[in-house]
Write a protein of this length. Structure first.
Length: 850
């Protein structure tokens, strides 16, 4: 305590005082020794002298006096104390033979709570003396007492010792049985046991411990740690085939392992596999130690192990691939070696890093392997060339590789790839222009034969940039060919259903001022044809406006019906502004005029836009036309703010629709927000004053009615004991209040607007449920059992009554919801009472649509 508090001076003072006190006690003890020869007194004097010296860590003096106490002692109880001190002293001094002697004297007292520690220390002493079996026996006894209540607990050290002692005693199976019997089976315990058995016990029995570990459900880190240990065990015992099977099994299940892998778990396994593989390599190098047949087998093992390392240590995959490839190369399996080298390089390339170790070595070995193969795999060969150029665009072999790749793609008719390589070839080796031009000419002729316009356009772009030193003469030559191929290509694309590509193509041809006028007109007409076919009326409108400007007199006369037809479709397609603008433009052209259908459409559009609405109403000659204007107004002004509604309000049929629709929208707003203020806000701006005021008055009445709702049950007695008088008073208040509530609810139901009644009932139910919940917390308590029982029964009746009222009001609520106006929004609350507003749109149809 003094050390922890930092009071060093006080500690030194205390120690000084202790020594002074011991000196005084020593003087007293010597005087007593001179005055008596009583063994009992002499035993106790020397025992306590020993304890005092033990307190100040003077072990030599402690041992001197404890031995003198042992000499004088004749008492059995004192003998236990003395022997215990001597046993612990010898154990701490690592005098295990003497410790065994004294511990065996005291372990017979099984009622002593410290017997656990005595057996434990005895077992360790015997272990140090190589008495493994008897040590294990005594350790198990210590474990037995440790599990009993009131005995000293060793803790985790006990479990560790049990594992270690079984290993030393060469009793691996017995240890496994003991672990199972004591429910000590865990990954950590079994791994520790495996370590002890392998290091200190019967190494060959390690397999049985491994089998037990494999029965557990292991996570990813445990799988890694177990395999690391297996590598060590199997390697030491020279069970190489078994170890390889384990590695193969691990590789197979590696992808299924889940969880976060710790760096130390991965590092331990990588180190183990590397060490084992290095050991195999040493065996292979030592020619005189193994046969050629076994050497070939070990080479396969080595190769496989590098493959395993690639799975568990992906950051060094290229290194492992290189060494795996070298393994196959060393046994002249060049085809397999080439695959391994290429795969390693491919994965390295995927990481988009060019500064990699073992890259140069991998390519050198890969080229050497391919040279030794009579018919190398084409995919591997192509990858090798492409990957080499990726890493070394101007390397030692790059010039020849470019040419080989171009020839390959040319033979395979993969012109796109061939041109891509040619471009890179020219970029990195401009001095080889003559060779590159020969490749270009071959590409150009193929593109022309195949009508590959896209490829020709690409070629032209490069020629325009003086690719391979070509001039504008070559560019114009390609442009002429492209123009001739374009029109037929775009029409063909449209027939194939590739409309976007076709439309873009016709647009481009139409805007190309270098093309013939007739071709440009035909291109624009084709564009309009497919825009109409695809219902792309916005784009069609734009094209028509361009056509009215671009077409000459002859083309306008020839195609006027076509233009009218397209304009009608735009109008029907609900492009109002474009429709009216096009009709106006048609009227201004002498050679094109809008037909009857277009004029009729224009009238309806003007009406929909509200132009001269009162005049339109006056001139409307039929009821259908008036109905059309009314529907149009409803769509354009759903908030009923327009003064034009007063015109239709004189018509009784339309008045009913307006009244109902306005009320529905007010209710819809109310049930969307559960707010009277929001409902009133919905009425702002309504042009029909009489209707507006009537609805405002009704909402205010409902709001006042809602605010008048207040349900409060009587307060329950708070005294620790409920007297008969208290309970009688409570019962009377409950009956009175119940009647008041019933009267209030009936009054609300009678006065409430049916469309607002669910909201009123929701408040009634909420308040009543809250009060009943509070009331149910009351439990009458009385010293008189009969009175308490009677009060409890009565309270239960109150509960039943109020629960019945709640059920009745909820039924009324659900009935009231179904009686609200259709489309009001109240039915969205059919599942429960209204507590929080539910978000929903205005929804539904207006009455004139129904």
């Amino acid at each position: 305590m003094y050390v922890n508090s930092g009071k060093k001076k006080q500690l030194n003072y205390v120690l000084k005082m202790e020594k002074k006190t011991l000196s005084q006690l020593e003087g007293i003890a010597k005087k007593i020794e001179k005055q008596t020869r009583d063994p009992k007194i002499l035993t106790k004097i020397n025992y306590y002298r020993a304890l005092n010296y033990s307190l100040i860590k003077e072990d030599k003096m402690f041992y001197r006096y404890i031995k003198r106490a042992e000499k004088y002692n004749r008492d059995k109880k004192m003998a236990k104390l003395i022997n215990t001190k001597l046993a612990d002293y010898h154990f701490n001094e690592k005098q295990y033979k003497q410790a065994v002697y004294y511990y065996r004297k005291i372990i017979g007292d099984h009622k002593n709570g410290w017997v656990t520690k005595h057996y434990y220390n005895l077992a360790w002493s015997e272990l140090k003396l190589n008495q493994f079996k008897i040590a294990l026996k005594h350790l198990k006894i210590a474990h037995y007492f440790e599990q009993k209540k009131g005995y000293f607990k060793i803790g985790d050290q006990m479990i560790d010792a049990i594992l270690l002692f079984h290993a030393y005693a060469q009793k691996t199976d017995e240890g496994l049985d003991y672990i199972k019997s004591k429910n000590l089976v865990s990954f950590d315990n079994l791994m520790k046991y495996l370590h002890y058995v392998f290091e200190n016990g019967d190494k060959r029995s390690s397999f049985r411990v491994i089998n037990e570990i494999e029965k557990l459900k292991l996570d990813i880190n445990q799988e890694y740690l177990l395999l690391s240990k297996k590598v060590l065990v199997y390697r030491t015992l020279k069970r190489f085939s078994l170890l390889q099977r384990e590695l193969a099994r691990f590789k197979k299940k590696h992808r299924r392992l889940q969880g976060k892998l710790k760096d130390e778990s991965k590092k331990e396994l990588v180190t183990s596999v590397k060490s084992y593989t290095g050991y195999l390599q040493e065996l292979v190098v030592s020619r005189n130690l193994i046969s050629e047949k076994r050497k070939r087998g070990y080479i396969k093992f080595i190769s496989y192990n590098f493959n395993v390392l690639k799975y568990i240590d992906r950051s060094n995959e290229l290194e492992y691939s290189y060494y795996e490839g070298e393994t196959y190369f060393s046994v002249e399996n060049y085809r397999r070696a080439s695959f391994v080298y290429a795969l390693g390089i491919k994965k390295a390339q995927a990481k988009r890093s060019k500064n990699l170790k073992f890259l140069d070595k991998s390519f050198d070995s890969l080229f050497k392997a391919l040279e030794k193969i009579r018919n190398p795999n084409k995919k591997v060969l192509l990858f090798t060339f492409s990957s080499y150029l990726y890493f070394y665009p101007k390397g030692d072999k790059s010039n020849l590789i470019y040419q080989r790749l171009i020839k390959h793609y040319q033979a395979a008719e993969q012109e796109g790839k061939m041109f891509s390589v040619l471009q890179k070839y020219n970029k990195n080796y401009p001095e080889d222009q003559k060779v590159q031009r020969n490749f270009y000419k071959q590409i150009l002729n193929k593109y022309i034969d195949k009508k590959n316009i896209g490829a020709l356009v690409t070629l032209k772009k490069y020629v325009d940039k003086r690719f391979l030193g070509f001039t504008q003469v070559e560019s114009k030559k390609i442009a002429k060919i492209i123009t001739e191929l374009h029109f037929s290509k775009y029409d063909s694309l449209a027939k194939q259903g590739k409309y976007d590509e076709a439309l873009q193509g016709f647009e481009k041809l139409y805007k190309d001022k270098k093309s013939k006028y007739s071709l440009r007109v035909d291109s624009l007409r084709k564009k309009m044809f497919y825009e109409n076919k695809l219902f792309r009326f916005g784009a069609l409108s734009k094209s028509l406006k361009e056509a009215l400007v671009f077409f000459n007199k002859t083309y306008k006369k020839t195609h006027k019906d076509e233009i009218n037809f397209y304009t009608e479709n735009i109008c029907v397609g609900d492009f109002q502004a474009e429709c009216l603008e096009l009709i106006s433009q048609l009227e201004r052209h002498k050679h094109i005029a809008p037909n009857t259908n277009l004029k009729s459409i224009r009238f309806k559009l003007y009406a929909a836009q509200g132009k001269n609405f009162r005049e339109l109403y006056k001139i409307s000659s039929s009821q259908n036309e008036k109905n059309y204007l009314f529907k149009l107004l409803l769509m354009k002004d759903p908030a009923f703010k327009s003064g034009y509604y007063s015109v239709f309000y004189r018509d009784n049929a339309k008045k009913i629709i307006i009244d109902s629709e306005v009320e529905k929208r007010v209710l819809n707003t109310f049930y969307k927000t559960l707010s009277f203020e929001s409902a009133l806000g919905q009425l702002e701006g309504i042009a029909l004053t009489h209707l507006k005021q009537r609805l405002i008055n009704n909402i205010q009445v409902q709001q006042n009615l809602y605010n008048s709702i207040a349900i409060k049950l009587p307060a329950t007695p708070s005294a620790p004991e409920t007297t008969e008088e208290m309970f009688a008073r409570l019962g009377e208040e409950v009956l009175n209040r119940s009647g008041e509530i019933t009267t209030m609810v009936n009054n609300i139901i009678a006065k409430a607007d049916p469309n607002f009644l669910p909201y009123h009932l929701s408040k009634i139910i909420r308040q009543l449920e809250s009060e009943v919940k509070r009331f149910k917390k009351f439990i009458p308590i009385s010293k008189n059992p009969d009175l308490e029982r009677a009060m409890t029964n009565e309270v239960t009746n109150f509960h039943k009554y109020f629960d019945g009222q709640i059920i009745e009001y909820r039924n009324l609520y659900y009935q009231s919801v179904n009686k609200t106006q259709y489309g009001s929004g109240a039915k969205l609350y059919s599942d429960d009472i209204m507590i929080n507003a539910k978000k929903f749109g205005l929804g539904g149809m207006v009455l004139w649509q129904e």
